[in-house]
Design a protein around this ligand. Structure first.
Ligand SMILES: Cc1cc2nc3c(=O)[nH]c(=O)nc-3n(C[C@H](O)[C@H](O)[C@H](O)COP(=O)(O)OP(=O)(O)OC[C@H]3O[C@@H](n4cnc5c(N)ncnc54)[C@H](O)[C@@H]3O)c2cc1C
Length: 500
């Protein structure tokens, strides 16, 4: 039996492990952190649970191929799904713009606000409608398809292709500028900071959301990752946590041993790095097997931006049933890290539908404040002075509480700061390059990356995970984990066990 050593116990590593076990390999997952799941996680603070990941999960619609894949790896076994009615509600003065799941409702509510925007609203909604049928391809990866399968795949994309072409050349701001009403314009603009971020990065999520393809599994992110761990272990897979891989021994174009910070070492026939691509190329391979596709992206952050987060968790001594699950509301310019562009809106998500996330009668809320450049560099400098770093995180948390009290005066005195994570938190716990929570973000000037995970010059080492396909996220971690084992099965002439 051939042995696979998997570096990284996030969703991709777990998926690869499950498929490895199902296809007759022996496998082990080595995870740096003391807990599994990678960025798909959550943590407890003062009797509250802060869900650190899933705002929506593509693949919750029953009967779809990606849902079957999630079920196969045990992520959604017997789990109820929560379907929020709105993707988000955006407040502008006394107007609320809702991105409803029901597209007809979205359209009529927007037309009611701005009849003069009829053409733009209809075009926006008809584009989203076309994207509702988009199914993430979960069959064979492109490089394993024969000509016939490639033609079939291209045919299945015939409605999506023209939309991709049109909107990947349009920025979020250009899309917003099609609307006359400042509330509608503001709602769309609020998704991304200025720059050349492509409009597809908001149209696809709205397509899957309104097409009922993406919702939220009850129990949250950490519970989902732990179900996958259970599945993996039940298939005979082994897990080592607090086991960071620090270097590889390579002989005759083969990795034959890996060493860990805790002094352990592991041998195997194949090695899968289901961790950050930068960790693989720079730390483990010491820059000796660099891939031009990645180098180009690392060297051009303007064309290939990365996003991280400040993630604030707050406890509230009451319920929030009357507030939309995700609300973006205006604030009085919060300054982060002396940035010259203070933030004008905060995005708040509450978890009232999760009875175990807060003590009875209380609620937990999270705020995700996206961080791009130059903020990422500022955090990298700030972490060098631990005291200042801590103070800045606390200050931001307090600013967020003040903003909540201004927006919801009745909450005054009932809010408690639970936790503030910064881009450096993701770097520290997950080895995430610059704290990134997804892959390279789609822009007008950048080309999308499609990578097989093969490492040129090495025969038995592969990369898997969110970095291989834009824009990353949980479905990409899942699919690439499966694809990696498909490729290994082909190499070993093993018939890959198809999903049933
Ligand atoms: C706040 C937040 C919200 C998000 N919301 C969503 C959402 O709503 N929907 C969605 O689809 N996605 C979301 N994401 C993104 C999603 O979490 C990631 O895309 C996905 O979890 C990546 O999985 P992965 O397995 O590719 O990588 P990771 O989760 O990064 O896993 C890699 C693992 O490798 C480990 N590792 C790294 N280096 C080593 C080493 N040297 N040795 C051993 N182990 C190592 C890390 O500790 C980590 O556990 C969100 C992420 C964040 C942070």
């Amino acid at each position: 039996m051939k042995k696979i050593v998997i570096i990284g116990g996030g969703i991709s590593g777990l998926t690869a492990g499950i498929f490895a076990q199902k296809n007759g390999f022996e496998s082990i997952i080595l995870e740096k952190h003391h807990t599994m799941g990678g960025e798909c996680t959550g943590w407890d603070r003062e009797n509250y649970h802060i869900d650190g990941c899933i705002h929506w999960l593509v693949g919750t619609k029953e009967g779809t191929p990606i849902r079957r894949l999630w079920e196969y790896v045990g992520a959604l076994d017997g789990v109820e799904i929560y379907h929020p009615e709105s993707f988000l509600a955006f407040e502008y003065q006394d107007i609320t713009v809702n991105f409803y799941r029901d597209l007809e409702r979205l359209k009529s509510s927007w037309l009611e606000k701005s009849p003069n925007d009829r053409n733009s609203i209809e075009e926006f909604c008809s584009t989203i409608k076309k994207l509702q049928s988009f199914q993430m391809p979960v069959g064979k990866p492109m490089d394993m398809m024969n000509v016939f399968q490639k033609i079939q795949f291209m045919a299945s994309m015939k409605d999506i292709g023209p939309i991709m072409q049109k909107y990947s050349k349009l920025s979020v701001q250009e899309l917003a500028s099609k609307f006359k009403h400042p509330a509608l314009k503001g709602a769309i603009n609020s998704f991304m900071p200025d720059g050349n971020f492509s409009a597809i990065s908001i149209l696809f999520p709205l397509g899957t959301f309104t097409g009922n393809q993406s919702s939220i599994p009850y129990g949250g992110s950490k519970a989902m990752a732990l179900r996958m761990v259970d599945k993996y272990v039940s298939l005979g897979g082994k897990v080592e946590t607090s086991c960071e891989v620090t270097d590889l021994t390579i002989k005759r174009r083969q990795v034959n041993k890996i060493n860990c910070r805790n002094g352990k070492f592991f041998t195997g026939d194949y090695f899968i790095t289901a961790c950050d691509a930068k960790v693989l190329y720079e730390r483990l391979l010491k820059g000796e097997y660099n891939d031009p596709k990645f180098q180009k992206r690392y060297n051009n952050p303007k064309d290939y931006p990365l996003a991280s987060n400040i993630y604030v968790g707050i406890g509230y001594e009451s319920t929030m049933d009357d507030i939309p699950r995700t609300l973006r509301f205006p604030v009085n310019s919060i300054n982060i890290n002396q940035n010259d562009k203070p933030i004008e809106h905060l995005q708040m998500t509450h978890y009232t539908y999760e009875k175990k996330f807060a003590p009875k009668g209380h609620s937990v809320v999270t705020f995700a404040i996206n961080q791009f450049e130059p903020e990422l560099t500022v955090w990298e400098k700030l972490i060098k002075d631990k005291e200042q770093y801590k103070q800045e995180k606390t200050r931001i948390g307090e600013e967020v509480i003040k903003a909540m009290e201004t927006r919801f005066p009745y909450m005054k005195g009932k809010l408690k700061l639970l936790d503030v994570a910064s881009p450096q938190t993701y770097q520290r716990y997950c080895n995430a390059y610059r704290g990134a929570f997804m892959g390279f973000w789609p822009t007008l000037s950048g080309k999308s990356l499609a990578h097989t995970g093969k490492i040129k010059g090495l025969k038995n080492l592969m990369l898997s995970g969110q970095w291989l396909q834009p824009p990353g996220g949980l479905p990409v971690a899942l699919i690439t984990g499966k694809d990696t084992i498909m490729r290994l099965c082909k190499k070993e002439k093993i018939k890959f066990e198809e999903l049933n």
